[in-house]
Design a protein around this ligand. Structure first.
Ligand code: ADP
Ligand code: MG
Length: 361
């Protein structure tokens, strides 16, 4: 069993807290992603689990072992970094077999295990090559192979795809997920990329300033962000977050611009969140808002709209783009039930709006 638990995990450098009271449980075989802006403490948390960074207070357990003060090699963990270094003079086969050779597993056995892992990683045809004769994605897969050959009970990744170009990143991401599903190893994965977090994770942990702002499945976090920070961090293009006056039926910006909103949770001064997919522009002469930019993305388009000085983003299916051109005058409405209401002062979600979640599940 490789359930990993962080209990009240804290890390400070001098008096500066970098991770504060992090509580987290990674179920056996799960894929958890720590995601958040640069500097929020993701790598530090991962490195504490790996034993590469000491813990200021709190405990880390793997299964029923308290590993808080164990040496990295005694933790049964493997880690893949953004900058993985393969041995340039060794073949793919020897690179993958290396950790076993280093722990004195006989050569024939080590190479046989490397062959079997390489097969599952789609590297079977490349075993004799040197790293310089591989693409970036292939090199990354060799690094993964080398990490999993010891069959660790926990697998850690720190931004492992950052050095790959966009297309390769998506492909390698898919492969990684397939490998993890097949092997059933508990994974903790760090990235600043919310899309990567959404696609890879069973559970995501959105971190902010050393704390877990929200823990949940990607859909839970996307559908019901706990505050405006999570709301604007998760989802692309970003959620529109607007300060103004809400009634059941309409929302009015400080400029006086009004659009229709159906919800029953709150009224008064709030921060209203509307995802671009849920903001609908309709071409009409007296709409009061203006389309300033249309960016085609194939089946959909990102439409930037100026509503009396407030910039809003909408995503529209190209089939529904009639009249939505740059310079057109539009009215806006939010898809019924699809708005998020936040406290204007604290930014916390105002609870009770379950309509949005029902719509999606
Ligand atoms: P992330 O991986 O989320 O980008 P890190 O965990 O690497 O963030 O770093 C979190 C914070 O801790 C950053 O503000 C960073 O500057 C600080 N930090 C990291 N290592 C040290 C160190 N050795 N001494 C002092 N501050 C550090
Ligand atoms: Mg980092």
């Amino acid at each position: 069993m490789a359930v990993v638990r962080f209990a009240h995990l804290t890390k400070s450098y001098g008096s500066i807290p970098v991770v504060s009271d992090l509580n987290l449980e990674l179920p056996d075989g799960s894929f958890t992603v720590l995601v958040g802006p640069s500097g929020c403490g993701k790598s530090t948390s991962l490195r504490m689990l790996a034993g590469l960074e000491s813990v200021t207070s709190g405990t880390i357990t793997i299964g029923d072992r308290d590993v808080t003060n164990l040496q990295p090699r005694d933790r049964d963990i493997a880690m893949v970094f953004q900058n993985y270094a393969l041995y340039p003079h060794l073949s793919v086969r020897e690179n993958i077999a290396f950790p076993l050779r280093a722990s004195k597993v006989p050569r024939t056995e080590a190479l046989a295990r490397a062959d079997s892992i390489a097969e599952s990683l789609g590297l079977g045809q490349l075993m004799a090559r040197k790293p310089k004769d591989l693409s970036g994605g292939q090199q990354q897969r060799v690094a993964i192979g080398r990490a999993i050959i010891r069959e660790p009970s926990v697998f850690l990744f720190d931004e492992p795809l950052s050095n790959l170009d966009a297309k390769l990143r998506v492909e390698t991401r898919t492969e990684l997920l397939q490998i993890q599903r097949r092997l059933g190893i508990t994974c903790l994965y760090v990235t600043h990329d919310q899309e990567e977090a959404m696609t890879l994770s069973d559970r995501m942990v959105v971190m902010r300033d050393g704390c877990a702002a929200q823990v949940g499945t990607p859909l839970e976090v996307y559908d019901a962000p706990v505050d405006t920070f999570v709301a604007s961090f998760v989802g692309s293009p970003k959620m529109n977050l607007l300060d103004g006056q809400l009634t059941d039926g309409s929302f009015t910006l400080p400029s006086g611009f009004t659009f229709s909103v159906t919800q029953s949770v709150a009224s008064g001064t709030v921060t209203l969140g509307v995802r671009p997919d849920d903001l609908i522009p309709t071409a009409t002469e007296d709409g009061g808002a203006t389309v300033t930019l249309v960016e085609l993305l194939g089946p959909r388009a990102i439409v930037t709209i100026d509503a009396r000085g407030t910039e809003l983003t909408s995503v529209v299916e190209t089939a529904r783009m009639s009249g939505i051109t740059e310079g057109a005058t539009v009215a806006l409405s939010a898809r019924p039930g699809a708005v998020h209401v936040f406290d204007a002062q604290t930014g916390r979600r105002i609870v009770g709006d379950d309509t949005h979640r029902e719509r999606r599940h």
